[in-house]
Design a binder for this molecule. Sequence first.
Ligand code: GLU
Length: 293
Amino acid sequence: MFNHSYRGRFAPSPTGPLHPGSLLAALGSWLLARHAQGEWGVRIEDVDPPRTVPGAIAGQLATLEAFGLRSDFPVVHQSQRDALYQAAIEQLLAQDLAFACHCSRSELASQHGVHHHCVAQAERATPAIRLRVAPGSVVRFQDGLRGAISQDVYAEVGDFVLRRADGCWAYQLAVVVDDHDQGITDVVRGADLLDSTPRQILLQQALGLPTPRYLHLPLLLDAHGRKLSKSSAATPVDAANPLPALQQAWRWLGQDPAALAPFTDVAEWLQHAARHFKPERLPPQDIAIAPLG
Ligand code: GLU
């Protein structure tokens, strides 16, 4: 039934309830997957315990369920995948592509926060692990919406963290390992992650993994040009009344509201949304919206 050359995902971090920007990413990635007759799934990125909000995982999953966005394969929780991340780190350390780093944030401040070589004055009990980024590491990729993107990862980012000094896996490592392990072919997510993609591609290359296709959806910006989820205007979406939020997300995705006007049942609405969705209508720029309420 599914086209196995397309597998997408929505990967929320459980830092709070889903807001309109998260729904935009969830619905956008779901529509692109369905448009390609592909599979789509949910991954919970609970890799950062200090930032995990109690109850947020259950809340996000219940909200997705209420919105009819059901994972086609079992929901994965990053907190249960230490062995996979550990194996990736060991592979990189064995090949000297990663190294233990004792530098503190304040020591790196003198290097403008960019790590090119260790400047640590003292050893820590648990060092961080960083990927070695060679001079000239310029990553280029084609974004499905924004076109050609390039970043000099050496100059702009430097050696980046794979495991933090507090023992937590870095998002960059977990996302690369999981996207590969889950067979994700198409990463569709918010444009706030656009500047993480070159790091993820470099890490895929270091691990000998293929690079999926990438498409970064527009962000919702508040009246001050800030990402909506970071602002006080970010009200959670209402799981008790999904249709208005779905209709709003559909319009933000540049789609024709008239095509779905007759449908008031969520399952029916989604079925027709998948049919009427036109990827060429997706807006490539971020969307400024008036603060809600
Ligand atoms: N967990 C990330 C977030 O919520 C998204 C990761 C991704 O889609 O690659 O911002």
